[in-house]
Write a protein that binds this ligand. Sequence first.
Ligand code: GLY
Ligand code: MN
Ligand code: MN
Length: 356
Amino acid sequence: MNQRVVKLRKVLDKHNLDALLAYSPYNRRYLSYFTGTAGYVVITKQDAVFITDFRYVEQAKQQCQGFSIVNHEGKVFETVAEVLKKNQAVNVGFEQNHVTYGEYQTLVEKLAGFTLTPTSNLVEELRMFKDEEELQLIRHAAKIADDAFAHLLTWIKPGMTEIEVKNELEFTMRKLGASGASFDTIVASGLRSALPHGVASKKVIEKGDMITIDFGAIYEGYISDVTRTFAIGEPGEELRKIYEIVRQAQLAGVEQIRAGMTGKEADAICRTIIDEAGYGEYFGHSTGHAIGLEVHEGPGLSFRSEVELQPGMVVTVEPGIYVPGVGGVRIEDDIVITKDGNEIIVHSPKELIVLD
Ligand code: GLY
Ligand code: MN
Ligand code: MN
């Protein structure tokens, strides 16, 4: 049986659950390795069952090693109930953060004979620790992002719109093997660079603009999340100063973040540098977050996070400064927490690049 299911069973035991009905598509994929878009995963003490429809039965047989594959033939919850009964499950967990109210009502009606117990983050907590196979996929997603960015620097010219830049970057990532972009690519130039999440617009890039590009590739389901800021033409003294502060904060973060630290302590490394430079009020988001199958996973590197960083976690380090009416800078790498420190898996340059 796959190790993910073995680990989940231990968690179920701890919570006195006889079974878990996984609803999140990411948790479904994580537990079963199924890459399609429809199916229900039921993990019980004895069995791991993948319930799906005619379209996906063969795919599930190939991908879901160690699972029993069941075609529900249109009767989804009758089938779930049969599986639970056959496994003598009574206390059944369902993922309360991934079930709509309507779906919950269906569960209550169709699984009337079982105790339905809301669960939170049972699979997500396993997903915090990436195995070697996951690390390889995330490293590759980061390499695709790096290579696409290197191409972009040779291609971008004043007069192009932010949307043209986004399209070129996303198409390049696809040509390099990505199945898509991790999220809607952010291209924020000139005064728009002060928008931390300024998705690409029709704005034309002009000489003297600072440009922040936040992007990533999906590779076999796993994502990278990278930000670089650079200038086309001289950006001016204040933005150069802001760039250097963000760069120092980011370098301190990737230098010092390591296992044993809490998310809060990691956040403080970057935040202190920006605070002390007098720009604290312009750094209004957290320092980072974990990545994996999703762009935003736990733990976060934020002032609220008491979660301890541990080897195998993959997190972003992305301080930024955004001054309305002036512009903004963010630099974001992805790092793997290791026993002795961390491994930086994004290699795009971080010195200020000023293109002609
Ligand atoms: N691109 C979203 C983020 O960096 O969190
Ligand atoms: Mn990002
Ligand atoms: Mn990020």
